[in-house]
Design a protein around this ligand. Structure first.
Ligand code: ZN
Ligand code: ZN
Length: 326
């Protein structure tokens, strides 16, 4: 079934609201959530999917023209987030933006579009705005990194990013040819360049980490990769993890997300990550495919079940018994 049809048939907002709040874990877990019907609708969806954090696009991810965002929508979003304790709200920037574009017109268009992303993230009171560092095709990698840093600085110029509590997160990428951010070193270079200008940190995607070549599969490989991440970016500067299994092999540089536990990563690396004391401050967001209706809720559940919480929470993991029919 095409993704859009699967989503349409299983839109959780068209089903009865849950009678009891969905169970939660000590770790903040969520999923990239549909904004069909308005960006603010995502908060109710995230709650019903059992999330304690969530990510959205604040506009169409593959169109330049942004949606208008009314003050009332932002208000509803904030009210729902407070009611359901949904934190953080992560915005993922548009995919068309290339902050390192060599073409001058495309570069300026990308800066303007990213400025719109920052403005909408501020309007929605989001905590984080995730962006890919871009493609350096036509330039050296170092030139591309410098250009991307300048673009982010310019896009945020004069906006109250710090005062309003928004942090821009540079996401590591799958490392395909010309794409910046395929190594932790490139991410940290951008973070370092931007630190004195805006609140900046990193978002680490498990699928991108794996296909770009880092070992997170074995216990030893996981520990080495985490130590390396800590030495470069610093684990405290990773407030958001994208939890995606992968369809492709380690080192393949192919960015194809798979359901949690069902791909070339498998469940164990996620279990380690979700119970690692060094990631206790972070939120974990799935960006998994929806191949069948209900895949979104199943992936949120899969992540939650990997968290080793106390027995009190564990007892809630069992599906509540339905009342016997009269
Ligand atoms: Zn991304
Ligand atoms: Zn991601």
């Amino acid at each position: 079934m095409p993704r859009s049809m699967a989503q349409e048939q299983k839109d959780i907002l068209k089903q009865p609201a849950p009678k009891e709040p969905p169970w939660r874990t000590s770790r903040r877990i969520g999923i990239h959530t549909s904004t069909a019907g308005g960006v603010e609708t995502a908060a109710e969806r995230a709650y019903r999917l059992g999330c304690s954090a969530f990510q959205v696009f604040s506009s169409s991810p593959r169109q330049w023209k942004p949606y208008g965002l009314a003050a009332s929508q932002c208000e509803v979003m904030s009210q729902l987030r407070a009611k359901y304790d949904l934190k953080p709200l992560v915005i993922h920037a548009n995919y068309l933006i290339n902050l390192a574009a060599v073409n001058a017109r495309f570069y300026e268009q990308s800066i303007q579009a990213f400025r719109g992303e920052v403005e909408r993230a501020l309007a929605l009171c989001a905590e984080y705005l995730v962006v890919h560092p871009g493609s350096h095709r036509g330039m050296t990698r170092d030139e591309g990194l410098a250009r991307a840093a300048d673009a982010i600085e310019r896009a945020a110029e004069g906006l109250d990013v710090k005062k309003r509590g928004l942090t821009v997160l540079i996401e590591n990428t799958a490392g395909s040819e010309f794409s910046l951010g395929g190594s932790f070193d490139q991410v940290v270079e951008l973070v370092e360049r931007l630190r004195k200008h805006i609140p900046i940190a990193a978002c680490i995607d498990t699928c991108h980490t794996h296909v770009s070549g880092y070992d997170i599969l074995s216990e030893e490989g996981y520990q080495q990769t985490m130590q390396y991440l800590d030495r470069t970016i610093g684990l405290k500067d990773v407030p958001v993890w994208h939890c995606n299994d992968a369809k492709a092999a380690r080192g393949s540089k192919l960015d194809r997300h798979q359901h949690i536990g069902k791909g070339t990563i498998g469940p164990e690396p996620f279990r380690r990550l979700l119970n690692d004391p060094r990631t206790a401050h972070a939120a974990f967001i799935a960006e998994t495919p929806i191949d069948e209706p209900g895949d979104d809720m199943r992936n949120v559940e899969a992540l939650k079940k990997l968290v080793n919480d106390s027995s009190v929470t564990a007892s809630k993991k069992r599906t509540p018994k339905r009342s016997t029919p009269a």
